[in-house]
Ligand binder design. Structure first.
Ligand code: SF4
Length: 366
């Protein structure tokens, strides 16, 4: 665990890990429970402010435990209540072969808090950059710079939970930067903490993992003990269009993905969400809606229509409102359950990865 390799990161630790930590450092065994209450219930991460922890124990924590690994380097608020954080990670774990990143050189991720009357949704990142490189997305523009650890993913909830005047996060979606299923172990460990009664206690149905689709990893998720909601980023009515939008679609067909999702539904009983990003003139025509309906009928799914938020430098346009309406009507006439996702945070670089992309452009030499 910790002392041989330096301080350990609180948000990476399970209750058993915390007990080990206490044993290693000659701390009382009940300290683990106290720490979890301070951090997950009260949002306090400075040991000096944990009033029931003695001076000696506090000193040990200061020397041997890191509570916050990231620092917030950007914070934007939209008039609709959406807030976005840019977090710079101290020493992010990288994949073998990837360079160690200097501060501000692109080791940042985005986290977004989206409020409605009834919920506060955290949209979290799972990787620094993204290996998929969807042609419409700002997050994939620079490729993958590294994976986030489980603790770094959980820390994003902590950061969003304690934005001023927000209240506690009620829902979590893995729709930020990265392909969550390609960082499987960190993502599933983070979900354990987010879901656990000793952690944030957010129920499985309020946690959504969104993937462009790795059939093998979806099948692994079938065996994961927490039946989260699965969202498949389909974005195209057929393989041909999908390959022009999502490079990984070269390796997997829609049919293979739907088979894997079907298995997920059968095992968990959770309806699948098909995410469909509408791009003007590319995939928003009536014939595309009809083709999409054929796919959606093969699976118990809701279709979530998303209007594209334009990204400077990318060639795609937001669809026209009348095309979006006609697309939805066509699906409904064909008995497909469908919703248009409300556009949130349009005034604060709303597209995934856009704030980070802009921040990277600012620090690049001319
Ligand atoms: S849309 Fe998602 S999977 Fe595609 S590049 Fe962006 S972050 Fe990666």
């Amino acid at each position: 665990m910790t002392t041989e390799t330096g301080p350990c990161a609180f948000f990476d630790l399970t209750p058993d890990d915390l007990s080990d930590f206490c044993r290693q450092h000659d701390l009382p065994h009940f300290l683990g429970t106290q720490l979890r209450e301070w951090v997950y219930d009260k949002g306090v991460t400075d040991p000096e402010n944990m009033t029931n922890i003695s001076g000696r124990n506090c000193d040990v924590l200061v020397d041997h435990m890191i509570f916050e690994q990231g620092s917030v380097t950007g914070h934007q608020c939209d008039s609709d209540g959406t807030q976005k954080l840019l977090i710079d990670w101290d020493q992010p774990p990288t994949k073998p072969g990837l360079p160690i990143l200097e501060s501000g050189a692109g080791r940042e991720t985005e986290s977004v808090m989206i409020p409605t009357d009834t919920r506060k949704t955290a949209c979290v990142s799972s990787q620094i950059g993204c290996p998929v490189g969807c042609t419409f997305c700002a997050s994939g523009l620079g490729g993958l710079d590294g994976n986030l650890s489980a603790g770094m993913i959980v820390e994003q909830i902590h950061r969003l939970n304690h934005l001023e005047d927000v209240g506690r996060i009620t829902n979590v979606v893995f729709m930020g930067m990265g392909e969550p299923l390609s960082n499987f172990s960190a993502v599933t460990n983070a979900i354990r903490t987010i879901n656990a009664p000793w952690g944030y206690g957010i129920s499985a149905r309020k946690i959504t993992v969104s993937t462009v689709g790795l059939p093998g990893a979806i099948r692994k998720l079938v065996d994961f003990e927490i039946p989260v909601t699965l969202a498949l980023s389909l974005h195209a009515p057929n393989d041909e269009i999908r390959r022009t939008l999502i490079p990984w679609a070269d390796y997997v067909t829609i049919e293979e993905l739907i088979d894997a999702c079907q298995e997920y539904f059968q095992k968990t009983g959770r309806e699948i969400t098909l995410e469909y990003l509408l791009l003007r003139g590319i995939n928003d025509k009536i014939e595309h809606a009809r083709e999409l309906a054929l796919t959606a009928k093969n699976i118990r799914a809701n279709v979530n229509l998303i209007r594209y938020n334009e990204v400077p430098g990318l060639p795609y346009e937001r669809p026209r409102s009348e095309d979006v309406r006609r697309f939805q009507e066509t699906l409904r006439k064909l008995h497909i359950n469908t919703h248009i996702r409300a556009s949130r945070g349009r005034n604060i670089a709303a597209a995934c990865g856009q704030l980070r992309h802009e921040s990277r452009r600012e620090i690049k030499p001319a």
